[in-house]
Structure formats: C-alpha cells, structure tokens
Design a protein. Structure first.
Ligand SMILES: O=c1ccn([C@H]2C[C@H](O)[C@@H](CO)O2)c(=O)[nH]1
Ligand SMILES: [Zn+2]
Length: 158
C-alpha cells in the first residue's frame, strides 16, 4: 500500500485578468449576452483562443429537455475544433452572469467539459490555459490539471 496525494497548480488574480489574456476575457464576458438560458438564468460565455490566432466564442444553450442543452465551454470548443481541426487550442476563457449580474467568484467547468478539455490536451499533445473569470477573482489553470484520473482512450493503447 502506498499513500499518495495530488497537487494542483493555479494562479489567482484579484480584480485583474492574466497578462496577455485581457482581450480573450472581455470576449468571454461579452458573449454571455448571447446565452440561451431561460431555465437557469445563468448565462455562460466561453472564448477559445486557437494556435492560429482565431478566437471562437460560445454560450450555454439550454433546452426544455434539460440534458439536451450544452455548456458554453463545449459549444465553443466543439465549434473551434470543427472550424480549425489542425490548429489546436492555446487557451479558453469562461465568464458567467447570474440573472444578468457578473458572478463575483470565478465560474468552474462541469465534469463533462473537463473531460472534453482532457481529450483536447491528448488529441493535440499540448496543454492549454483555462481562465475562469469572476468579478473579484479570476483563476488561471492548465487544462491537464482540471481532471485528475480522467478517462483517456490513449491509456488503453500500447
Ligand atoms: O461552467 C459552466 C457551468 C454551467 N454552465 C451552464 C449549464 C446550464 O445551462 C447553466 C446552469 O448550470 O450554466 C456552463 O455552460 N458552463
Ligand atoms: Zn460543462
């Protein structure tokens, strides 16, 4: 038997955005306006910066049949990888407004979105930055750190 522990590295920003990502963060916050969130009132915006310089934005799209909706992160990431399958992802910024008001504490992605991020890290053999935005605190973390013990098809390949 062996006891072990995991450490997650992240950087916290107080009332500022990570250097170089100011525009991406503003893009994520701005696109929350386009969310379709009539059931939760929680509008999420995601802005994906690709390695070719393109920025793809997405929002959460809800549905009367709840599970049929999709989070902002996956909306943006799936489209980004559809439009530019060769490019790869450099960063994703995520912002949220609850009933119209920007959340104070940074928003964090659900397990399914983390799983999709993990796939992208494996697919392009490259980690990327995840910027989780709040009015008072914003967090910068590597995608690979967000889902320890994630399921990877690669694990079963020789
Ligand atoms: O990181 C997150 C967290 C939540 N949501 C969406 C799902 C649902 O539409 C609403 C409330 O959970 O917010 C996202 O899009 N991304
Ligand atoms: Zn999600």
């Amino acid at each position: 038997m062996e006891k072990a522990e995991l450490k997650i590295d992240y950087i916290l920003y107080r009332e500022s955005y990570p250097e170089g990502y100011e525009e991406l963060c503003r893009a994520a916050l701005e696109i929350t306006e386009n969310a379709y969130c009539v059931y939760s009132g929680f509008a999420v915006g995601a802005a994906v910066l690709m390695n070719n310089g393109e920025v793809i934005r997405g929002t959460n799209q809800e549905n009367a049949a709840y599970p049929s909706g999709l989070c902002a992160e996956r909306t943006a990431l799936f489209y980004a990888c559809s439009a530019y399958p060769e490019a790869g992802v450099k960063a994703i910024a995520v912002a949220a407004r609850d009933k119209g008001v920007e959340v104070d504490e940074y928003v964090t992605p659900c397990g399914a979105c983390r799983q999709v991020m993990s796939e992208i890290v494996g697919r392009y053999h490259a980690d990327f930055d995840v910027i989780l935005i709040g009015r008072t605190s914003t967090l910068l973390v590597k995608a690979s750190q967000l889902l320890p013990f994630s399921f990877k098809l690669g694990d079963t390949r020789p």
